[in-house]
Ligand binder design. Structure first.
Ligand code: 5RP
Length: 264
């Protein structure tokens, strides 16, 4: 791997091989999502506990302090919305030159495998990989499911993750699922877990993060389950304990409760 590519990946994936990314890109198809109405207000307290931020160029320029920031994964796909025809019908929304101008450490793009737009979104990924290789910029592929959350099983997610790796993604972000090791084992590049819509309790979040880490994920890219929680800072700190310190879900939950009760 060339020096620039390796250096950018090292900014994202920490020296222990693990990472906690903070996605605040949801507005690109959901608009002002609950608790992300003002992105900077949501992000600022979480920034010290995030290894990188996943964001669109619009929110990056308008809402993120270029001085007090973290490595950026720039979202480069979009063009659809929650109220439009099909979330899968995405294109590439900006250029690699723009990613360089914004000093992005990586770029991210969604693919919708099994949808009517499978070919288009996989070719979007390939185009981005071709561009990224020219400039030493890693591509993170996002295995998106649109509204069809029931698609999240090991067989489907393993297929998606492997295809993304075959097309040249340096990292794959996919959903946690039962038998997550099947996803990781079939994917020759590092796998990161997304969260999806909020689950009911903090313990459930900590349990699926812990399970995925034990089964081979290198980290998380967890948004709504953190910043839609009433105690996002204690929760991200507890998640970091699992990802970076191999703490169990139960011990991380105790840590969360302690931090929560100590908040002023
Ligand atoms: C949205 C995304 C998000 O980055 C991803 O879904 C992670 O966020 P969450 O944990 O809220 O699902 O790709 O398009």
């Amino acid at each position: 791997m060339d020096w620039g590519m390796a250096n950018r990946l090292a900014q994202l994936i920490q020296s222990n091989g693990r990472c906690v990314f903070m996605p605040i890109d949801h507005g690109y198809f959901q608009g002002p999502t609950t608790r992300l109405e003002n992105p900077w207000r949501t992000l600022e307290p979480l920034l010290p506990y995030s290894d990188a931020v996943f964001v669109t160029r619009g929110v990056l320029r308008s809402s993120i302090d270029p001085v007090a920031s973290k490595p950026i994964v720039l979202r480069m796909s979009g063009g659809t919305s929650m109220v439009g025809g099909d979330l899968a019908n995405e294109g590439i929304t900006t250029s690699m030159e723009e990613a360089i101008r914004l000093n992005a450490s990586a770029v991210g793009i969604s693919v919708f495998i099994g949808s009517d737009y499978e070919r288009q979104t996989l070719l979007n990924l390939s185009t981005l990989v071709n561009e990224g290789e020219k400039y030493g910029i890693p591509v993170m592929a996002v295995t998106a499911v649109g509204r069809e959350m029931e698609k999240r099983d090991a067989r489907y997610l393993a297929l998606c993750s492997r295809i993304c790796a075959e097309l040249g993604a340096k990292v794959v972000k996919t959903y946690w699922c039962e038998d997550f090791e099947k996803v990781v084992e079939g994917c020759p590049v590092p796998v990161i877990m997304a969260g999806g819509p909020r689950v009911d309790t903090e313990l459930e979040v900590l349990q699926f993060v812990s399970d995925g880490m034990i089964r081979g994920a290198i980290g998380v890219n967890l948004g709504r389950n953190i910043w839609q929680n009433d105690n996002p800072v204690p929760l991200i700190r507890a998640i970091r304990q699992i990802v970076h310190e191999d703490v169990s879900a139960e011990d991380a939950h105790d840590f969360f409760e302690t931090l929560k009760s100590n908040q002023t």
